[in-house]
Ligand binder design. Structure first.
Ligand code: HT7
Ligand code: ZN
Length: 894
């Protein structure tokens, strides 16, 4: 398949003013009549109309009232071309689609008997022939016709302007969207749905209608989504002065959906996973995710919809910015400094665990990529999460007020336009009168920069020199990297653990020197920053609040790390110090396991482990202090007690040995569980949340701490811990506690674990989202092997057609259970290949996501690499591979 290059962008030859559509909805064959009013674009020399269409039957094509003969247009390779079109054109197109056969879940499809659309990125072309590109914006009117009994609810973007009955038990609804939009924001929903609705008064006094639509039987699960929507509307008014521009805003939940949700104008369509919640079925994490995703889609109304992307290379313009906005929203919803830090830690965990490996693998790409084969493959953690970090750096550099000025200027300049990442940067720079040309490299260069920091204290001169240097490894197609503009937030701690007031040698006289965190701007390969009036040897706290998406190399002794963990005023770096300490122990233990395996006998294993574990005593002590410090929020203590994941550790080893990493981590968890047993039990008891369930941050934090304590206790695997987990399972009044107890039991030798799993299934059989959890927890269980997963894939409740279900079993195993997936006999890889091939013909997008679990195959030992290569080659040789899968596998093997 062809590669699309950013440098080949050309403006559209024709612009579209209006689009009028009529749908005769029928699952077997839906007829779509589209009337497109177009005119030549003065900025283009071309007179050729280019329309895109996929999997469509073209029934009729008329230009300015006249039917076009086959000789007057070319239909080839997904493009319909009309050469030498007149300056003004009205095209009338009739197409036929087969929604019930559409398992790709792109374009118009059927889910549980109802109709839905998904048009981003290029799904509109599965509905009709159209200049389906984001820089073509038009006003839409949509007439929906369908059987009234089967599809009583007919929704589309904008305002309902007319509805009524038709002969033969059919009815219609006409919708008009007052805003011009790109085709990827088009949506329709038709079906048997019910809604929770509320009227909400905006700051301006205007009243808007808010609706959350779900299938019947789910109205007891919509309140949290509605609350999250109201909070999002209020937050965007307060933080960014952005008002909801529509009179009606709808959220619709659908069980079959490729991603999390979609920001269609006024008609957001959501994966049920990010809408439905009540204490019985949803965990604290689900509640938090719903708030974040509802916020994210709502915030797109300005960052994405009012100002959209010129082309798909600019995807991060809307996604990075909107992720940043949803991160800030979630942090503000918690409200406390500590809560903000916990949210920051969560976000950085995702970045490190998923984006850093992407940046180091075969699919590495810059935040604004230069090329793609299939755009759906570029909805990545780099575009979203790294993109959000890039946006966050403007705020770090300019402050909140400066950032807001930049946002205001961005909307002033570009409302109603389709623009580029450069336009956002220009608005930020112009509003803050700064030259930030080098900052552009964050958009154009892939790869995670490494930042080295080295400090030198001069007691005589009372200066502290901090030398910062940077480097970045080559990525595919980019061998040489130029220095990035890196904001490095730094603090210095005195020997009592207090922040020092900071003065730099370059500060003018007017600078008071009362700040305790300074943002240093590293723009060269190496720079020295000299702090003056430094009374004593400090302990530096570098990259506070994770001020840039880099890997920081800095040498700390164990004692310094324990000191930072105990004292740093920057909660992020406090947590970070603990993670560094834990990583040190875990990597030493991993090496010990490998050494023992080479020595080849069990006694050696105990011996080397004991030796390595003695290094971990400092860690145990430090974590014990945090665990017992009741002045710290429970949520923060939970974060500090959670060891770096196996995936994160894997990235820090030269050659990944998944089983050794797993054994080391489990071993350390067991040792810590035993050493801190009394403290863990005390924390468990002190973190109870009696009374009715509430997902608020305080209660959720307590449950998180309680459940991490339980997981340590169960790791010791003694009968009292089993009883505790069983008792928690039986008495839980919410899914967070019930699921945590079930996970603990499943990963133990408790006698009641099989019965608990069975009971869970029976109790929640009717709740698809809970059954997803049931599959996922078994797929990630330490004891799960490929045979277990293959057996689960035969379970009557399993299907590859539903992305949530496929992800819950297959992805959870292939990405969430590294020790079992990477079994030495290669059986995990064979299973992976079978599933990628099977999914490829059902849903290419989901298939190519799964294909990516093999991205890092070259980082494993040669024996595993060989087996991975042959699994990759088997997929590459499979017939009828989609371009989605071809791109991912091709790059992996390149
Ligand atoms: N902007 C939305 C992207 C999306 C999507 C992309 C490809 C295929 C299916 C999809 N569903 C949603 C989601 C978002 O970032 O808000
Ligand atoms: Zn988004």
């Amino acid at each position: 398949p062809p590669t699309i290059h950013r440098k080949d962008y050309t403006v559209p030859a024709f612009l579209v003013d209006t689009v009028d559509m009529g749908f005769d909805l029928d699952p077997a064959a839906t007829r779509i009549a589209t009337r497109i009013a177009m005119r030549r674009n003065p900025a283009s020399a071309s007179k050729e109309i280019v329309l895109f269409g996929e999997e469509l039957e073209l029934v009729q094509l008329r230009l300015n009232g006249k039917q076009l003969k086959a000789s007057q247009y070319h239909l080839e390779g997904g493009k319909l071309r009309i050469p030498s079109a007149p300056a003004k054109v009205v095209l009338e197109i009739e197409t036929l689609t087969r929604p019930e056969k559409n398992t790709s879940l792109m374009g118009l499809y059927v889910s549980n008997g109802n109709f839905f659309t998904q048009c981003e990125a290029e799904g509109f072309r599965k509905i009709t022939y159209f200049p389906d590109r984001p820089d073509v914006m038009a006003k839409y009117t949509v007439m929906l016709r369908a059987d009234k009994k089967k599809y009583p609810v007919l929704l589309s973007n904008g305002n309902l302007i007319e509805e009524g009955s038709l002969p033969d038990g059919r009815h219609y609804a006409k919708w008009e969207d007052p805003f011009k939009k790109p085709s990827y924001l088009f949506a329709l929903v038709a079906g048997n749905l019910v809604c929770q609705e509320e009227k909400y008064k905006l700051k301006s006094g205007r009243e808007v209608l808010l609706q959350v639509w779900v299938e019947e039987g789910n109205l007891d699960k919509t309140q949290h989504a509605m609350d999250s929507l109201i909070n999002s509307i209020r937050w965007d008014e307060e933080r960014f002065g952005l008002e909801l521009d529509l009179d009606r805003f709808m959220i619709v939940a659908v069980g079959d959906f490729n991603m999390g949700a979609m920001e269609n104008k006024g008609l957001n369509i959501f994966n049920t996973k990010y809408v439905l919640a009540n204490p019985r079925i949803a965990t604290d994490v689900d509640y938090a995710n719903i708030e974040a995703v509802v916020g994210h889609e709502y915030f797109h109304n300005w960052t994405g919809n009012r100002v959209t992307c010129r082309d798909w290379f600019q995807l991060s313009l809307k996604e990075g910015l909107t992720v940043f906005r949803d991160q800030e929203f979630s942090a503000d919803m918690v409200g406390t400094d500590s809560g903000r830090a916990v949210k920051r830690i969560d976000d950085v965990r995702v970045l490190r665990q998923a984006q850093f490996p992407e940046d180091a693998g075969p699919m590495a790409h810059s935040v604004r990529p230069d090329s793609y084969v299939e755009i759906n493959n570029f909805y990545t953690v780099t575009i979203y999460e790294k993109g959000a970090e890039v946006v966050r750096m403007y705020q770090t550099l300019f402050g909140r007020d400066g950032f807001r000025k930049g946002m205001d200027l961005y909307f002033e300049r570009h409302d109603g336009q389709a623009v580029e990442c450069d336009d956002f940067r220009a608005a930020m720079v112009d509003a803050n009168s700064r030259d930030l040309s080098q900052f552009e490299r964050w958009y154009s260069q892939a790869g995670t920069p490494r930042l080295q920091a080295q400090g030198k204290y001069d007691a005589a001169k009372k200066t502290y020199e901090l030398t910062l240097s940077q480097s970045c490894a080559p990525t595919p197609g980019q061998n040489k990297k130029l220095p990035f503009h890196i904001p490095v937030a730094v603090g210095l701690l005195d020997s009592s653990g207090k922040d020092m007031a900071l003065r730099l040698s370059t500060d003018g006289k007017g600078k008071a020197g009362s700040e305790t965190t300074r943002v240093l701007e590293l723009t060269k390969a190496q720079q020295v920053f000299r702090f003056v009036d430094v009374a004593e040897q400090p302990v530096p706290s570098i990259l506070r609040n994770f001020s840039a998406p880099v890997v920081l190399d800095v040498e700390y002794s164990d004692a310094e790390l324990a000191f930072l963990l105990a004292h740093d005023s920057d909660a992020f770096n406090r947590w970070e110090a603990g993670q560094r300490l834990a990583t040190r122990s875990l990597l030493a233990l991993t090496a010990a396991v490998q050494e023992a395996a080479q020595a080849g006998h069990v006694v050696a294993l105990e011996e080397v482990m004991n030796h390595a574990a003695s290094n971990s005593a400092a860690l145990g002590q430090a974590l014990g202090l945090i665990l017992n410090d009741s002045t710290l929020d429970a949520a923060f203590r939970e974060q500090a007690l959670t060891l770096p994941s196996e995936a994160l550790l894997a990235e820090q080893t030269e050659v990944i040995d998944p089983q050794a990493i797993h054994s080391a981590r489990q071993y350390l968890r067991g040792k810590l569980g035993a050493a801190l047993k009394d403290d863990l039990l005390a924390a468990y008891q002190a973190s109870q949340t009696p009374g009715d369930y509430s997902p608020d941050a305080d209660a959720a934090g307590k449950r998180a701490l309680k459940n991490v304590a339980l997981s340590y206790l169960i790791q010791a695997d003694d009968a009292p811990a089993h009883a505790l987990a069983q008792q928690q399972y039986d008495s839980a009044n919410n899914m967070t506690d019930r699921l945590a107890a079930l996970v603990a039991l499943t990963n133990s030798s408790a006698p009641g674990k099989a019965a608990a799993l069975e009971k869970f299934y029976q109790d929640f059989e009717q709740e698809a989202l809970v059954i997803d959890k049931w599959f996922a927890l078994q797929a990630m269980a330490y004891t799960a092997d490929v045979a277990t997963i293959r057996a689960l894939a035969e379970h009557p409740a399993f299907t590859l057609k539903n992305p949530n279900r496929a992800r819950s079993l297959i992805f959870s195993f292939c990405s969430g259970n590294p020790a079992s997936f990477h079994a030495a006999d290669g059986s995990g890889y064979e299973f992976w290949a079978d599933q990628v091939i099977a999914l490829n013909s059902v849903n290419p997008q989901v298939a190519s996501r799964l294909a990516r679990s093999m991205d890092r195959w070259r980082k494993y030992a040669p024996a595993l690499q060989e087996k991975m290569r042959s699994a990759l080659q088997r997929v590459a040789a499979a017939p009828n591979l989609s371009k989605d899968v071809l791109e991912v596998i091709g790059k992996a093997l390149a």
